[in-house]
Design a protein around this ligand. Structure first.
Ligand SMILES: O=C(O)c1ccc[n+]([C@@H]2O[C@H](COP(=O)([O-])O)[C@@H](O)[C@H]2O)c1
Ligand SMILES: Cc1cc2nc[nH]c2cc1C
Length: 338
């Protein structure tokens, strides 16, 4: 049975009391890593990734047998300002495509053996335009956080949170600006492909929204409510649930990372169980990852969302744990150590 989040305070209380990785498992995995049949360090970052997985899974033989991809979809009132190259109707159309198996994420999840779930969050009820009022009420935020919380399969051993939401790069840029500072131009990008005028409009919209909700800058959860969206809140709920269950998480692109950053802002260290799967071509993503102190695993110029970059990185993590958990030691293989 999943825990219910009756109030935002209960969500904040969970955020204050987070489990840490298993230090003994990290030590054991480091010792094992030093005995495997390879020159020390020859598997590069794969070695660090496997040891990191060992800590969160509490074993010196980490595994990826049951990865889960969850795609959350939401609609955004701020699309009325003309901030996307595509109409808002595409959010629901893509949800149908996800359910029919026709999107990129369907192919990638299948490629890497992941279960995939799709949650559409009140698509008929877009969030409010955040340049006029908070995007969500407290009740709406809570409902979206709970959807994300409940969506995580406790039996999964690696989680990808992805999203679909026309207009959500503007919402994510506003959230990133509120949390990290700088100027709007640092955080807005071309999203689905807006031109220069569209980019300038996005910066203006972000400036208006962050000025209107200036009080939210001091509180990541309030920033998520005022500037985020339902799919961003659901990703935050899922990421926190994964931490509660000590399931490692692969963060996807700019929108996913902005949602995650709201947890980090509310509780530094809240994303210790998360890896940056890739750096998106959306221009705000690299500085946002730098703010979080996370080095991306992949850099492929993706700017799709849906969890696509993170799904690809499942393959890298699978490779890392396969080597770590399956290789012979020097003693077992009778190979001379240097
Ligand atoms: O993941 C990313 O970094 C990313 C970068 C640009 C666009 N997207 C996707 O494109 C949509 C948002 O773009 P836009 O232009 O409507 O704000 C949304 O469905 C995202 O999944 C995603
Ligand atoms: C077609 C399309 C697919 C997407 N997938 C994620 N965001 C998207 C935005 C568009 C426009």
């Amino acid at each position: 049975m999943t825990q219910s989040l009756p109030t935002l305070d209960s969500f904040r209380a969970i955020l204050r009391d987070l489990p840490d990785p298993d230090a003994a498992a990290v030590q054991a995995a480091m010792a094992r890593n030093g005995q495997l049949t390879k020159p020390p360090g020859a598997l590069g970052r794969l070695e660090d990734l496997a040891i990191w997985m060992a800590g969160w899974q509490g074993t010196d033989r980490p595994h990826v047998d049951a990865p889960q991809v969850i795609v959350f979809a939401g609609n955004h009132g701020v699309t009325a300002r003309g901030v996307s190259a595509f109409p808002a109707a595409v959010t629901e159309q893509m949800v149908l495509n996800f359910r029919a198996g026709g999107a990129a994420i369907n192919q990638l999840a299948r490629c890497f053996g992941a279960r995939m779930d799709v949650h559409a969050l009140s698509l008929e009820l877009p969030t409010a335009d955040f340049t006029i009022q908070p995007a969500m009420t407290e009740a709406e935020l809570l409902e979206a956080l709970q959807t994300g919380w409940d969506a995580v399969d406790p039996a999964s051993d690696l989680l990808v949170t992805g999203e679909m939401g026309i207009g959500n790069t503007t919402s994510a840029a506003a959230l990133a600006h509120a949390i990290c500072g700088g100027v709007p131009a640092d955080w807005v990008g071309r999203g689905t492909g807006v031109d220069d005028a569209g980019l300038a409009l996005k910066a203006q919209v972000v400036a208006e929204g962050v000025a209107l909700h200036a009080q939210a800058r001091a509180d990541g959860i309030e920033a998520l409510r005022c500037l985020g969206g339902r799919e961003l809140a659901a990703m935050a709920g899922a990421i926190l649930r994964a931490r509660h269950l000590r399931i490692p998480v692969l963060l996807d692109g700019f929108i996913c990372t902005a949602a995650a950053a709201s947890l980090d802002a509310a509780k530094p260290g809240a994303l210790d169980h998360c890896l940056a799967a890739h750096v998106s071509a959306e221009s705000g993503h690299a500085p946002l990852l730098a703010h979080l102190g996370k080095a991306p695993i992949l850099s492929l110029g993706l700017r799709l969302g849906e969890g696509s970059g993170a799904a690809l990185a499942i393959g890298v993590i699978k490779g890392a744990v396969a080597c770590h958990s399956g290789m012979a030691t020097f003693a077992e293989a009778g190979v001379s150590e240097g």
